[in-house]
Ligand binder design. Structure first.
Ligand SMILES: *[C@@H]1O[C@H](CO)[C@@H](O)[C@H](O)[C@H]1NC(C)=O
Length: 406
C-alpha cells in the first residue's frame, strides 16, 4: 500500500512536468523590413556574421577572426520567432526569452542597463529579489554591433513549474547598437552542452539535472505554426499527445551544439547534397536559428533548383504563386526521410501592402571535423517533434500527430 502511494505521489509530482508554451511573434527581420530599416541594419552588420556564430567549428587556421565560443548570435536571432516566459528572483520577475539549443548561457537585461535596447525590455532588479546572490565577475558576448556586457549573478530561476536554485546568469548592463531595440525577447536561455558556455557555472538544464528537478535528462520541442497551439518546450519528458512513435534517434557526434550526422539532402527524391560517399555530413539542431542553413555552394545550387532569385540581403525570393509547385526537399537522418514541401520551407513576409516570399534556406560555410555542416533551424523543426537527450547524448525526431494546416 505504502509503495503504491509512493508511486502515485511520484506520478503526481512528475505529471507536473513543466510545459512551457512558446509564442510566435514577428521576427526582427520582419520588423526591420516593415519599417524600411532592413537595408541599413544589414549594412551595419557584417554579412558573415551568421557563420561567426559557428566559427569554433572551423579549423583555427581557416578563421581570420578570433575563434570563440561567443560569436554572432543576434543576426541569428534576427529571424527568431518562438519565445517563452521565465522568471528570476523572489518574488519572480518575468522575462521573455529565446530557448536556444545553439548556445549555453542565460542572460537578461539588468536594471542598470541604460542602452536604448534595454529601455524597451524587461530589466532585472536585483535589489527587489531576496534570493539574489552577487557574483561580481564580468561577462561579455560578442555581437556584430559590439560587445554585450554584463555582470554575473545567481538567483532562483523558474521555468514552467520547475525552480532552479542558484542559477548562474548574466545581467547585461550594456547592449550594443540599436539592433536589440526591436527584438521581441528580453534575453536568451541556452540549452546546448556546457562546453559552449561563456559564463562560468552550469547552464540551466545541467542544473535541472543536478538538482534532480527533471524526471529524465531530456527536453522536447514542438514548434508548430498552426493557430491555437504555437509551440511548446517540455522539460524532463516527451509530450505523447503531440507526436507519433517511433522516435528516430541519432547520436550526438560532438558535444557542444546538438550535432548529429545527416545522411543526405534530396531534391524531389534525388540525392543532391551531402552524399553518402563523401562521409555524409553533419547537422546542428538549433532552435535559436530560424532557417535551414547549409554550405554556400550547396545552398546556391539548391536555390537554383527551387528557382529562387537572390536579393542583396542574402535572401532568396520565390514567386508566391509558385509555392505549391516547388520541389520537395528531404533531409535523410538515420535512414528516415523528412520531407519539406514548398508550403513548409517558404516564409512569407510583407513589404508595404505586398506579400513577398523567401525560401527558408540560407548559405553558411562551416566545416566541422566530420565534414560540411548544416543547421536545422525552426523551418525544419516545425515539421517534427524533437527530443534532446542529455542522458544518452542523442537527438530524436518523431512525426507530429497533427500536421500543421494552413
Ligand atoms: C509573470 O507571468 C505570470 C504568468 O503569465 C503571471 O501570472 C504573473 O502575474 C507575472 N508576474 C508579473 C510580476 O508580471
Amino acid at each position: 500500500m505504502k509503495r503504491i502511494l509512493l508511486l502515485l505521489l511520484c506520478c503526481l509530482c512528475f505529471s507536473l512536468n513543466p510545459r512551457i508554451p512558446l509564442i510566435k511573434k514577428p521576427s526582427l527581420r520582419s520588423h526591420l523590413r516593415a519599417s524600411d530599416q532592413l537595408e541599413d541594419f544589414l549594412k551595419d552588420h557584417q554579412v558573415d556574421v551568421f557563420s561567426r556564430r559557428y566559427s569554433q567549428c572551423y579549423p583555427p587556421t581557416l578563421v581570420s577572426l578570433k575563434p570563440g565560443k561567443a560569436a554572432e548570435r543576434l543576426y541569428n536571432y534576427m529571424d527568431a520567432q518562438y519565445f517563452g516566459l521565465i522568471s528570476l528572483g523572489t518574488p519572480g520577475q518575468n522575462f521573455t526569452v529565446v530557448f536556444d539549443t545553439g548556445s549555453a548561457d542565460l542572460w537578461v537585461p539588468s536594471f542598470y542597463c541604460v542602452s536604448p535596447a534595454c529601455a524597451s525590455h524587461h530589466k532585472f532588479k536585483a535589489f527587489e529579489s531576496s534570493t539574489y546572490i552577487r557574483d561580481g565577475r564580468v561577462f561579455g558576448i560578442h555581437y556584430g554591433s559590439g560587445h554585450l556586457l554584463g555582470v554575473l549573478a545567481k538567483d532562483l530561476l523558474k521555468v514552467g513549474s520547475l525552480a532552479v536554485e542558484n542559477q548562474e546568469f548574466g545581467e547585461s548592463v550594456y547592449e550594443p547598437g540599436l539592433s536589440f531595440v526591436m527584438t521581441k525577447f528580453d534575453g536568451v536561455l541556452g540549452l546546448s552542452y556546457p562546453s559552449l558556455s561563456d559564463e562560468l557555472g552550469a547552464p540551466v538544464f545541467d542544473n535541472l539535472i543536478n538538482q534532480n528537478k527533471v524526471e529524465k535528462p531530456i527536453f522536447s520541442f514542438y514548434l508548430n505554426n498552426s493557430p491555437g497551439k504555437e509551440g511548446e518546450l517540455l522539460l524532463g519528458a516527451v509530450d505523447e499527445d503531440l507526436f507519433v512513435r517511433p522516435i528516430n534517434w541519432s547520436p550526438v557526434t560532438v558535444k557542444g551544439y546538438w550535432q548529429i550526422k545527416m545522411d543526405a539532402v534530396k531534391v524531389q527524391g534525388t540525392t543532391s547534397f551531402c552524399k553518402a560517399d563523401a562521409n555524409s555530413c553533419q547537422a546542428v539542431v538549433d532552435t535559436g536559428t530560424s532557417l535551414i542553413a547549409g554550405p554556400a555552394m550547396d545552398i546556391l545550387f539548391l536555390q537554383q533548383l527551387i528557382g529562387a532569385t537572390p536579393t542583396p540581403f542574402g535572401e532568396f525570393l520565390v514567386d508566391c504563386s509558385r509555392i505549391s509547385s516547388l520541389p520537395v526537399i528531404s533531409f535523410v537522418i538515420n535512414g528516415v526521410e523528412y520531407s519539406l514541401t514548398g508550403e513548409m520551407y517558404v516564409k512569407k513576409d510583407v513589404i508595404g501592402d505586398r506579400g513577398v516570399c523567401f525560401t527558408g534556406f540560407q548559405a553558411v560555410d562551416i566545416t566541422s571535423l566530420f565534414g560540411p555542416m548544416w543547421v536545422l533551424g525552426d523551418v525544419f523543426l516545425a515539421q517534427v517533434y524533437s527530443v534532446f537527450d542529455r542522458g544518452q547524448d542523442r537527438v530524436g525526431f518523431a512525426r507530429l500527430k497533427a500536421r500543421p494546416t494552413e
